[in-house]
Design a protein around this ligand. Structure first.
Ligand SMILES: [Zn+2]
Length: 447
């Protein structure tokens, strides 16, 4: 899971898990299937699903984002190298064998979420496999099939109003993107201060997260600085509550990226999300399907959406500005006096995030060529030429994945706000956000 731009009682869970396992055993022993299509226990389907994801990984190097289950299953996938046709028909078969929920399972909403999620992840796997076999989908068909969501379409005029506002904040001659770039140069973190700035941002995000989220004591992560990637940051989850986080230093890193990346990849973003899934679903309930994470699947919309929304959960706007001014700007050697102005401009640019989706849609649907897409990103998304080129490389590699960041964030925000009801407190926001992190909810289930 990467970044491009821009309390449930645990003892109760374990009890529910035991009850459920017993329920599954009884159910499969008693069932007489009315349509002569035998069902299988959920745990058997989950195991087959993990093996299918690993099998797709043999054909698509980006597919398996993380796997921390039995190493021999991975070795088996490598040895077998099942064909795409075989994988597709096995996934279809498993979807047809999903069991009904037992009476005990029906009392715990997580079981229905689990079943629906597993079924939808399998359907998404079939879509990816068919794409690898040459099936052509439009951008929107693809995002629906893979991520269970479709991004809204915005006309040029939608972005123009924001661009006009931005032009007033950044007066002068020449193209607006160049004025924005010149303005932004003053907020680059000097490379010799990068490590200190990131370390401090990560510590702050962790301090803000820990009082609200019950994390395993042994959780930790390592940060590495890398080059020559199409993304700007990546969390490689290793299992056992550990993450490897990589930060790409190909392009200058602006000061806002420190908190953004620390939250998104770390706390309360991907690292926390993965650790909570492992703790609550894999270790406590024995739901083995969460030992694997297929990148091109609905799970990514939830992962990226929660990682991006988590920045707002950890920092209100005034909190963030105060932290940047008082702590991060001085460590980076930047002028704190300009922090408010900087974030005012960035808030406007953030409103252009859907221009990135439009560019990807037009480009992948063959309505704009590469050069036109780069030019569109410069004009409507405020990407400088090198960033626009990096973005197009990202679109070529990850395709409709781009919707997971901004649409994901908007869907997650709307869901959490709705669950909060009228209790608009920070505590309540954390509670609803954490509950979402710990449960297998589909993007379509956020609506
Ligand atoms: Zn991410």
């Amino acid at each position: 899971m990467f970044f491009f731009y821009n309390g449930e009682d645990m003892r109760a869970s374990r009890l529910a898990c035991l009850t459920a396992l017993l329920g599954v055993v009884t159910l499969s022993a008693q069932r007489v299937d009315p349509v002569d299509r035998p069902k299988e226990p959920m745990n058997t389907i989950a195991e087959q699903y993990v093996k299918l994801v690993l099998a797709v990984g043999q054909h698509d190097a980006d597919y398996v984002d993380s796997f921390f289950g039995a190493p021999e299953w991975k070795a088996e996938a490598e040895r077998q190298k099942r064909s795409l046709a075989e994988i597709d028909s096995e996934a279809e078969r498993l979807i047809g064998r999903m069991p009904e929920l037992s009476a005990a399972e029906q009392r715990d909403p997580l079981f229905a979420l689990r079943r629906d999620y597993l079924r939808r992840q399998l359907a998404s796997l079939r879509a990816r496999v068919q794409m690898l076999q040459g099936r052509k989908l439009t951008f929107d068909e693809e995002s629906q099939a893979l991520y269970d969501a479709v991004a809204p379409v915005h006309p040029d005029a939608y972005f123009q109003a924001t661009i006009d506002e931005l032009a007033r904040l950044l007066p002068g001659g020449g193209p607006l993107v160049e004025r924005f770039d010149a303005f932004r140069q003053k907020f680059v973190i000097p490379s010799d201060r990068l490590g200190r700035v990131f370390d401090r941002a990560i510590a702050e995000c962790r301090t803000r997260t820990l009082p609200h989220v019950r994390l395993p004591d042994t959780e930790s992560f390592t940060v590495e600085y890398v080059t020559n990637k199409s993304w700007s940051g990546y969390n490689w989850y290793q299992g056992d509550f550990r993450s490897l986080i990589q930060v790409n230093t190909d392009l200058p890193i602006y000061i806002d990226r420190a908190v953004d990346l620390a939250c998104h990849e770390g706390y309360p973003g991907h690292h926390v999300y993965n650790a909570l899934l492992e703790k609550n679903l894999v270790k406590d309930r024995g739901w083995i399907e969460y030992t694997v994470y297929p990148l091109f699947s609905p799970q990514s919309l939830i992962a990226e959406g929660t990682a991006n929304y988590g920045i707002e959960v950890a920092f209100s706007k005034p909190d963030r500005l105060a932290f940047e001014k008082d702590v991060l700007f001085p460590i980076a050697g930047l002028q704190s006096a300009r922090a408010a102005e900087y974030y005012e401009v960035l808030d406007l640019v953030d409103r252009l995030s859907y221009a990135g989706n439009e560019a990807a849609r037009q480009y992948l649907d063959g309505k704009m060529d590469r050069a036109a897409t780069v030019a569109w990103l410069e004009k409507y998304a405020m990407y400088t030429r090198p960033r626009a080129e990096q973005r197009v490389k990202f679109i070529e590699q990850y395709r409709s994945y781009v919707i997971n960041y901004n649409l994901g964030k908007d869907l997650v925000r709307a869901y959490v706000e709705r669950k909060m009801g009228r209790e608009k407190t920070s505590q309540r926001r954390w509670r609803e956000f954490t509950a979402l992190l710990m449960s297998p909810r589909l993007p379509s289930g956020l609506k």
